[in-house]
Design a protein around this ligand. Structure first.
Ligand SMILES: [Zn+2]
Length: 71
């Protein structure tokens, strides 16, 4: 047994994704919509800014409710 996705892992992932979808509708994102990387809090001089270290996606400047809230 080296890694591998169990049924429980898959179920947990689906539940997690479902909770993200609900969360997206009312709250700022927790993870990058492009790659799922958890967003990092921006620099102190930019309060309220969250960004993805992978592709530079940032909230709220790249956040588009028209696109992301209807998942
Ligand atoms: Zn990203």
């Amino acid at each position: 047994m080296a890694g591998g996705v169990t049924g429980w892992d898959l179920y947990s992932t689906l539940v997690l994704q479902a909770s993200y979808v609900d969360y997206y509708r009312t709250q700022p994102p927790l993870a990058c919509p492009n790659d799922g990387e958890p967003l990092r809090l921006g620099p102190p001089n930019q309060p309220g800014v969250w960004f993805c270290p992978y592709d530079g996606w940032s909230y709220p400047q790249d956040w588009d409710p028209e696109i992301h809230s209807g998942m």
